[in-house]
Design a protein around this ligand. Sequence first.
Ligand code: TXA
Ligand code: MG
Length: 310
Amino acid sequence: MKINLANIKKAQKLLNKGECVAIPTETVYGLAANAYSDKACKKIYKLKKRPQNNPLIVHYLNNQILKRDCSFNNDFLKLYKIFCPGPITFILNLKKNSKISKIVTNRKKTLAVRFPKHPVTRNLLKNLNFPLAAPSANLSSKVSAVNSADVKDDFGKKVKYILEGGKSSIGLESTIIDIRNKPKILRLGGLEISTIEKALNKKIITRNNPQKISSPGQLKLHYSPGIPIRLNVKKINKGEAYLSIKNMRKKKPNFYFLSKNGNLNEAAKNLYSILRKIKKNKHKSIAVGKIPNKGLGRTINDRLKRASKF
Ligand code: TXA
Ligand code: MG
């Protein structure tokens, strides 16, 4: 994708003034603000209608800059070298003299940090004197945004500027790992756990439990298109949209598919757009066929399961 420097300048100016700007990342779009400013970060919560006790992820250009705010260990460095920039978020200890706003952390002593790969956002970060706090750019509890039109649908003119970056190449949020002691996965995401295990050469605990207050996605309902979802469906009910992993080659107006031939990466990339499309087409509910629980299929199933608690 060609980088438009004028657009980046515009985003930079607004962020410097303490405004919120939507930014593209390879996972999903983020709603960004200066992570060192209370006032700027408060705007994120207000726009998203996000509960204040749900802390934000902070986006850095590299680990040299991160050093000012967080301490980290060898496991972090191992994963950083292999996967960053990329779809992985680390829970780290905040340094006492860190400048991160208390609004970002909800006064926790830890910080969620990520190094996005999208070239537009990397260029933006290079031009800023602060890291960017950015949750996914969607209304709280709803489906994440994977292109600028999705962000516009959710926020209209309330977001001052959307930095264009095309469609997110992964389409699912980052994998969150608490790396401080024994590595623990807190949220499945765009980077597969088995890949992380291989890199660390150890087994990783998975605590992907949405009921637990200390882990991500505390809200009971998450990633929801706003209509009921049934999973592992064999028989479709009248009036339902049917969503399958691959093209069933049935020309029915209520049939949707995530990928042509069942490719899970392609399915991940399409998931949120198709959920939004089904809602827009006014179907009242969604029946989802079986999706293989391997690779990114695990993350897709996790998101659909949380979205089904309607
Ligand atoms: O791919 C992504 O991670 C995207 C892009 C924009 O970077 N961001 C994203 O942010 O998904 P958000 O806010 O929608 O989800 C972040 C999750 C939340 O569920 C939050 O509870 C959790 O991370 N979180 C943030 N700080 C934390 C911390 N210190 N400890 C544990 N969980 C934390
Ligand atoms: Mg989110």
